[in-house]
Design a protein around this ligand. Structure first.
Ligand code: GTP
Ligand code: MG
Length: 517
């Protein structure tokens, strides 16, 4: 009994001691609780949970940030591309003011105004393109679920473009569908229709290229070049109701390998826009429904994911093509005026030399390059240069012509071509005069290159440019054309003045005017 009582006592004492320790610890902890302690605790707990659930948290954070970033980058790139397009349109306006040909300037302006309106448009432009009778119009009928346009088994049923509007669920923008005439049709009318289809294709945001079998090489070439020029396109293999499953698979494989350099396999889609009616003996013929679901799904996906980007890219592409066309016109116009100017100075210096021939051949180079001609060529290219600078440029050109041996080369070339057919009394002064005119062409053409390249001779320097034009002008077709002009401008008038009647002599055949100088 006594033992039991002492055991109980020890137990109670133990409980009291443990309770005191716990109360002491709690008291100590309560005294320790303050702001830094709370902060450290949160950090430790947060760190622990982060290390345990790191992947989950990271994934969630990433997806939130990615979504935001993607949306921002699409918005930003759309806005910045639109801004770039407006900027490029303004520079086209400036270009137009420099074009003298009123008709060409107006055509460029009209096209520029059309592209400006594109910046504000709402619909996505989808052009349906492809060879005749592949089922373009039938596909549009199936997409719109109504009868539009003309459909027939013969090629050429669609003769000019037709426009329709489609609204797909969930897409903020409508789709402007453009039906086009078939490409690669025979005859003049067929070629004209193809031209109009290509014009529409170049204006599209997205193209459906409808085919009904393997691609012909010309067809592949046309769509590859459209795709490489920046056009987004889908290939629609239509009329699959006419093929078995294995044939369809084989065709898709062929198409994939043929177009692998410009099309994603996901963008080759099979459809049956207007399946053949199935006749059942003794029953009413059965008309299967069109099979275009895969196409609608792919279209909706692309337009949802890339729609804004496609519009912006297309407008930018059209601006860039317009800019290139404007520059091409300006280059042509400037080079025509510059060539006229060089021609004028060439024959002027030749006339002067015939009246007062030079005592030494070395002086020909200086006579061939006139400072005033340099000023005029510069002005044609929109550059104002001082007389001093023109004189310096002319001087260095003369020096180059002489030091490169081109003066001697030119004179001996002209003399070997002309001396046999010239009367002796004119030989030396005419050769000098014509040589100077020929060298003026080489110098002038070199200055055209210099001003075309923003007053830069290029990596090979002035020598390379001059040598290039020297060799070009030496080429048979250009040289013969020059000699023919020399007869008209210099030799014939001189000879006729001296002798009213001369026996007939040989002279170069009439050739087309040289393209270059
Ligand atoms: N079997 C079958 N025939 C089709 C299919 N789609 C179109 N066709 C037929 O193909 C022929 C030409 O169809 P269109 O829609 O006129 O072809 P298109 O490409 O617009 O022709 P063009 O305007 O002349 O370039 C018509 O007889 C259609 O009925 C299809 O999926 N299956
Ligand atoms: Mg058609």
């Amino acid at each position: 009994m006594k033992i039991n009582k002492s055991k109980k006592l020890i137990f109670y004492i133990f409980i009291i001691i443990i309770s005191l320790i716990i109360v002491g610890l709690v008291g100590a902890i309560i005294r320790l609780i303050n702001l830094p302690a709370i902060f450290i605790t949160i950090l430790i707990v947060g760190g622990l949970s982060y290390s345990k659930k790191i992947e989950w948290i990271q994934n969630n954070l990433k997806s939130i940030l990615k979504l935001k970033n993607e949306k921002n980058s699409v918005d930003l790139s759309f806005i910045s591309k639109k801004q770039a397009a407006s900027k490029s349109l303004k520079s086209i306006d400036q270009l137009i003011t420099l074009i003298n040909d009123e008709v060409k300037a107006k055509a460029l302006k009209d096209e520029k105004n059309r592209v400006s309106l594109e910046l504000e448009r709402g619909d996505i432009i989808l052009v349906v393109f492809g060879i005749g009778s592949s089922g373009k119009t039938s596909l549009i009928r199936a997409l719109l679920k109504r009868i539009v346009g003309k459909v027939s088994p013969e090629m050429g049923s669609t003769r000019s473009k037709e426009t329709f509007r489609l609204k797909l669920k969930g897409l903020p923008r409508g789709i402007k569908i453009i039906d086009t005439p078939g490409i690669l049709e025979a005859g003049k009318a067929g070629r004209e229709r193809e031209k109009s289809a290509l014009i529409e294709a170049r204006k599209s945001d997205l193209m459906l290229v409808v085919i009904e079998g393997d691609l012909r090489s010309e067809e592949t070439r046309t769509i590859r070049s459209l795709s490489k020029s920046g056009k987004r396109l889908l290939i629609v293999l239509n009329k699959i109701d006419l093929r078995g499953e294995s044939e369809e698979k084989r065709l898709i494989e062929i198409l994939n390998s043929r177009c692998s350099d410009f099309i994603d396999p996901k963008d080759i889609i099979c459809t049956s826009a207007s399946p053949q009616t199935i006749t059942i003996p003794g029953k009413r013929p059965y008309q299967p429904a069109p099979e275009i679901d895969a196409l609608i799904r792919r279209l909706a996906y692309i337009l949802h994911e890339e729609g804004e980007e496609l519009i912006a890219d297309n407008i930018l592409l059209q601006c860039s093509n317009l800019g290139k066309e404007g520059k091409r016109l300006l280059v042509k116009q400037r080079s025509k005026s510059a060539k006229k100017c060089i021609d004028k100075y060439g024959w002027l210096s030749s006339g002067v030399l015939i009246l007062t021939p030079l005592p030494v051949i070395d002086m020909i180079a200086a006579a061939a390059v006139n400072g005033q001609m340099v000023i005029e060529i510069a002005r044609i290219y929109g550059v104002q240069i001082t007389k001093e600078r023109a004189k310096n440029l002319a001087f260095s050109m003369g020096k180059i012509l002489a030091t490169m041996g081109l003066v001697n080369g030119g004179v001996s070339l002209i003399s070997s071509t002309l001396s046999l057919s010239l009367p002796t009394f004119v030989v030396s002064k005419v050769i000098q005069g014509i040589s100077v005119s020929w060298l003026t062409r080489i110098a002038g053409a070199s200055f055209i290159t210099y001003f075309q390249q923003d007053q830069n001779w290029g990596d090979g320097g002035i020598q390379e440019v001059v040598e290039y034009h020297y060799n070009l002008n030496k080429r048979d077709e250009y040289f013969k054309s020059f000699i023919r002009r020399a007869y008209e401008r210099v030799i014939d008038p001189l000879v006729e003045k001296k002798f009213k009647k001369l026996p007939p002599r040989s002279r170069p055949q009439k050739v087309e005017d040289s393209l270059d100088l």
